[in-house]
Design a protein around this ligand. Sequence first.
Ligand code: CP
Length: 312
Amino acid sequence: MLKSKDLLGLRNVSAGEIGEILDTAELMKVVITSNNKKTPHLQGRSVVTVFYENSTRTRLSFELACKYMSGTASNISAPSSSVTKGETLIDTARTLDVMGTDVMILRHPMSGAPHLMARNVRASVINAGDGTNEHPTQALLDMYTMRSRLGGLKGLRVAIVGDVTHSRVARSNIYGLTTMGASVVVAGPPTLLPVEVESIGCEATSKVDDAVRGADVVMGLRIQLERQKKGLFPSVREYHKYFGLTEERLTLARPGALIMHPGPLNRGVEISTAVANSPASTIDEQVTNGVAVRMALLFLLTRQKNQMEAAS
Ligand code: CP
């Protein structure tokens, strides 16, 4: 059983809880790969995605997850809401809460925004990406994909390559993977590696080849041009040459290593098209698994709420 009413990050989520989410996602994957994508698990429950930043995968997969489980899915995106009239995040959240929302899924440019929301509402809050802090559901679907392809997480060596400084995906994966007994090495230009990143449990190097050598999984990160000031790397062409995932560089990884990327891709920048489209790439599978993992989370959080309501 999950300990909290919310999923705000993986920093303080136990191996047992992660295992329960991944096991439940396995059951949900059977549903989404069938011709009858319908369960009653969220019947009578209301889920709202609240997105202050753009998204394709995360937002749609949460909405599909809710609909596949017979819940009511609604969306607010900041540009078309009363946020543009100056409404605060807390007032928006309370408004949704008193409309009877059971789960709010928040993407926000400010690190810590979901924590603020969670403290002010009765609903469960799921972090769908907050600034450069965490993107826990992305890391859960990444771990699900690794576990289903490689048989487990313990003992894996995972190389995470690219713009680590701006990556909430990297941070959540470091927390989750190390909790599950994998080792993580992050690599990228020194300007895109956070100072003292090792303090959160990973190795770090500016030599991508060293990180990729012997890795079971190589995960590319998107260059986040929207969060960058100019000048953090010389040019896109040089970035691809020295830090990109290319066929030549990936010969250093373990035979059978997985190539992962959270999407959206900058093809020819952090990953070549040949690598992204190769048989080792799990990019499409990650997207499918994202629906299963988000179904599992919605199920587990609302089940916990049902149990708490029954007990009170
Ligand atoms: N990986 C990910 O979060 O993608 P979106 O921005 O499309 O949701």
